[in-house]
Design a protein around this ligand. Structure first.
Ligand SMILES: [Zn+2]
Length: 388
């Protein structure tokens, strides 16, 4: 062991690994990695010369990982604003994310993907953009959500190939309707290329979901929103997501998209390790009430929601740190379980060495106060946000 590398110890009243809650707890960081976790005396004894930061009553946890986010603070991540978004996300405790697309003009979409791929490959600083989440155009015209049906069309092998090569293989997740086009038979190919196939914006019946799971489907996009619902004689996509343990279910916990009781039911049915918190934040999350242009759409932000003129809910305006508060206060689960859904689960979906405070894992860490505000955020051991 070399003691010349600068090491840092964070100590605080509560530390969520998140498999364990250690209170009080400490974590030792060196060369961008977690070196040791435990009670403060044991961790300090491990490296007494390390610099120390005591966060007091605040909570230490892995950095939040958002697999579904369209932007924030006016930065639309479909295009050139990924770096700008990466720089502001740590203020919300987010250390890694998938910049997410939405259906826009097909004529310019390949250029958008090329630009996103380029920015992702050359990023420096802030939260890590892990790759692109393609939400659209391969959606069901019957479940468009906020999306203009004119920009939606079925997946074909040829079209998918164009998207992947335009992005230079930066696409890591695709939301699609398996009942449309060639998408069902493309699932094994997505898996082979390391892309997470996610059912969403889908009107499929249970039998189609069942086939898709046998082909490798293992994820669902904003569960309950924009998918065929559960009827006792027709279980639909929601029934399939609940039924198949292979599927990890995204959930938007902003208190508006899904009733807290239904989120609680989802967690009880699937288990906390199979539910993945996502923000689905739209690019004007974090801005004041008002009307904002989002690509071809006009968004109205009011009363904690984002809507089209006809009242359709269109993305959220809340980031994941605040959603932890909704999970604890409204859904009535423990903070430990809420943190698991925001860190360990999304990291495991993408197979990352992140999302847990365990020796050898990347030192992506966030410290939240009692109001779920991020006081301190580290990405790979570097402080990227500090309020105190
Ligand atoms: Zn979305």
């Amino acid at each position: 062991m070399t003691m010349t590398e600068k090491a840092l110890i964070l100590t605080g009243a509560e530390l969520y690994t998140p498999t364990y809650l250690i209170a009080p707890g400490a974590v030792l960081i060196r060369a961008g990695k977690i070196m040791a976790v435990g009670d403060p005396d044991a961790v300090i004894a491990f490296d007494p010369a390390a610099e120390r930061i005591d966060v007091g009553r605040a909570k230490i946890m892995p950095g939040l990982i958002d697999l579904h986010i369209h932007g924030l603070q006016g930065f639309d991540v479909l295009g050139k604003y990924i770096s700008a978004a990466s720089n502001v996300l740590p203020a919300y405790g987010v250390t890694a994310y998938l910049p997410t697309t939405y259906p826009v003009f097909p004529e310019t979409f390949l250029d958008d993907l090329a630009l996103m791929g380029k920015v992702i490959r050359s990023q420096s600083g802030g939260a890590v953009a892990l790759g692109i989440h393609l939400e659209g155009p391969y959606l069901s015209p019957h479940k468009p959500g906020m999306c203009d049906p004119n920009f939606i069309y079925p997946m074909t092998e040829e079209d998918l190939e164009k998207m992947l090569s335009a992005s230079q293989n930066a696409i890591k997740m695709i939301t699609f309707a398996p009942e449309e086009g060639d998408s069902l038979k493309m699932i094994p190919e997505l898996i082979r290329r390391g892309i997470v196939p996610s059912i969403g914006h889908s009107d499929a019946d249970f039998e189609t979901v069942s086939k898709a799971v046998r082909f490798g489907l293992n994820h669902s996009t904003h569960t309950f929103n924009a998918m065929s619902g559960l009827h006792h004689r027709s279980p639909g996509v929601v029934g399939g997501v609940l039924y198949f343990p292979e599927i990890v279910a995204q959930i938007i916990a902003d208190g508006h998209h899904v009733h807290p009781a239904v989120i609680n039911l989802l967690i009880r049915v699937k288990g906390v390790e199979r539910v993945c918190l996502v923000s689905d934040a739209q690019p004007f999350a974090g801005k004041e009430n008002g009307r904002y242009p989002w690509g071809p759409y006009e968004m109205i932000i009011k009363d904690g929601t984002s809507q089209l003129a006809d009242g359709t809910i269109a993305g959220s305006v809340m980031l994941m740190n605040r959603m932890l508060g909704v999970l604890v206060e409204q859904v009535k689960i423990s903070l430990k379980d809420a943190v698991t859904m925001a860190t360990k689960v999304p990291a495991s979906v993408l197979g990352l060495n992140k999302g847990q405070l365990r020796p050898g894992f990347d030192a992506d860490i966030t410290v939240l106060d009692d109001r779920y505000e991020a006081l301190l955020t580290l990405v790979e051991g570097k402080i990227v946000h500090q309020l105190v």
